[in-house]
Write a new protein. Structure first.
Length: 151
């Protein structure tokens, strides 16, 4: 698994919006400035998040973006799926090296390992909500390591 800037910035942007829950929409440029991210990148990420239904956009002078659901209902997996279009790519399925060995109906002893890893990653990321990440880093680390993320 490789965490790209799409995933990282997607989480930063959604956490910014989660912190502002109930305060109304925030402009993309303002968010980019406060988080010290490239404004064009933030706009592209917000578009992906909006298409996935994680954020809403509000038009007008006081417009901007806000989360479409409470932070306790949005998982890290949701954000990565929207930002990155997935969490873990099983390379042999997406980019087969050998058509005979990598076809899904053939026997491959390696593929089950990658599929299990993908399943575990998705399970872990799906158990961590934005609300969990709004705490101090020490608290988040304890929460994640204990596997007690809010359901």
């Amino acid at each position: 698994m490789r965490v790209t800037t799409w995933a990282e910035y997607g989480l930063i942007v959604t956490l910014h919006l989660a912190r502002r829950t109930g305060q109304g929409p925030v402009a993309a440029r303002e968010m980019a400035e406060r988080e010290k991210l490239p404004a064009d990148y933030v706009e592209q990420i917000l578009l992906r998040l909006r298409r996935a239904g994680l954020v809403e956009s509000v038009r007008g002078a006081r417009g901007g973006y806000l989360l479409s659901r409470p932070p306790a209902e949005v998982t890290v997996k949701d954000v990565l799926d929207a930002s990155e279009h997935g969490t873990f790519e099983v390379n042999c399925l997406c980019h087969p090296v050998d058509q005979d060995r990598c076809m899904t109906d053939s026997s491959c002893p390696i593929r089950p390992v990658w599929q299990l890893l993908q399943s575990r990653i998705d399970e872990t990321l799906g158990s961590i909500h934005l609300a969990d990440l709004l705490h101090d880093e020490v608290d988040v680390r304890m929460l994640v390591s204990s596997g007690l993320a809010a359901v």
